[in-house]
Design a protein around this ligand. Structure first.
Ligand SMILES: Nc1ncnc2c1ncn2[C@@H]1O[C@H](COP(=O)(O)OP(=O)(O)OP(=O)(O)O)[C@@H](O)[C@H]1O
Length: 223
């Protein structure tokens, strides 16, 4: 069972004397088995929201509960363990290592997390769904933007995370590919009981989600 809960989360960025109120008193709860999309205009706070859940950013105030435990109370090692074992993060920048072939990108993940990664059957399904079967021997700079994005999605799924956070995971994909990825996420939530949260500009993607939220001006509402 994986649950994320945000209680009165606010985030203020401060640059010199300039304050930006990126998130304002957010209340949010999500359970495993759900595929959730979050849309909103540019600068509304979507990435900030996702990065706080993923532990990449610390909120200015409020509480983040993961599986009913306070994330902020975990020590550094426990936070690293949670991120490695439970979380899959698909970032806007693909973050592929330029000197590794595609198959080596996955092997590297395996070196870092040896156990409880995806089994061969699920991995084959993921690779087929993403259409990356033939890319194993390519280096990132030999791939198109869409191919890089699909490899980055596969890499995040390799560790078989319970919670998947994705920031604009289909920005470089054409509509058909983007919809295929959404269907894959929906299936992973339903069949493998994962919690998947996708932040996107693309309103068409919300049709695949179990729940859809909007973030506007730092505030979240269920759509
Ligand atoms: N490191 C930072 N320092 C200062 N302000 C920031 C920082 N990161 C984000 N902001 C500001 O916080 C607000 C929310 O930004 P955020 O990136 O979360 O929005 P977003 O909805 O993800 O936007 P986009 O869709 O364009 O990626 C914006 O006003 C942004 O300019």
């Amino acid at each position: 069972m994986s649950t994320i809960e945000m209680k009165n989360i606010s985030k203020i960025y401060q640059n010199g004397t300039t304050k930006t109120y990126a998130l304002k008193d957010i209340q949010f709860k999500a359970d495993n088995g759900n595929f959730i999309t979050i849309t909103g205009p540019s600068g509304a706070g979507k990435s900030t929201f996702l990065e706080i859940i993923g532990g990449l950013l610390t909120p200015t105030s409020g509480k983040l509960l993961i599986n009913h435990h306070s994330y902020q109370n975990l020590n550094k090692k426990e936070k690293e363990k949670f991120r490695l074992n439970t979380l899959g993060f698909i970032l806007q920048s693909y973050n592929l290592l330029p000197y590794l072939k595609v198959e080596e990108q996955f092997q590297l993940v395996h070196k870092v997390k040896k156990d409880n990664n995806v089994g061969p059957k699920l991995w084959k399904w993921i690779v087929d769904e993403l259409g990356i079967q033939k890319l194993n021997q390519q280096y990132p700079d030999e791939l198109s933007g869409g191919q890089k994005q699909r490899v980055a999605i596969a890499r995040a799924l390799y560790t078989n995370p319970q919670i998947i956070l994705a920031d604009e995971p289909t920005a470089s994909l054409d509509s058909a590919r983007a919809f295929k990825v959404m269907k894959m996420f929906k299936q992973l939530a339903q069949k493998d009981n994962k919690l998947i949260i996708v932040v996107t500009h693309d309103l068409r993607l919300t049709q695949f989600a179990d729940q859809h939220y909007q973030i506007i001006d730092g505030q979240i509402t269920k759509a």
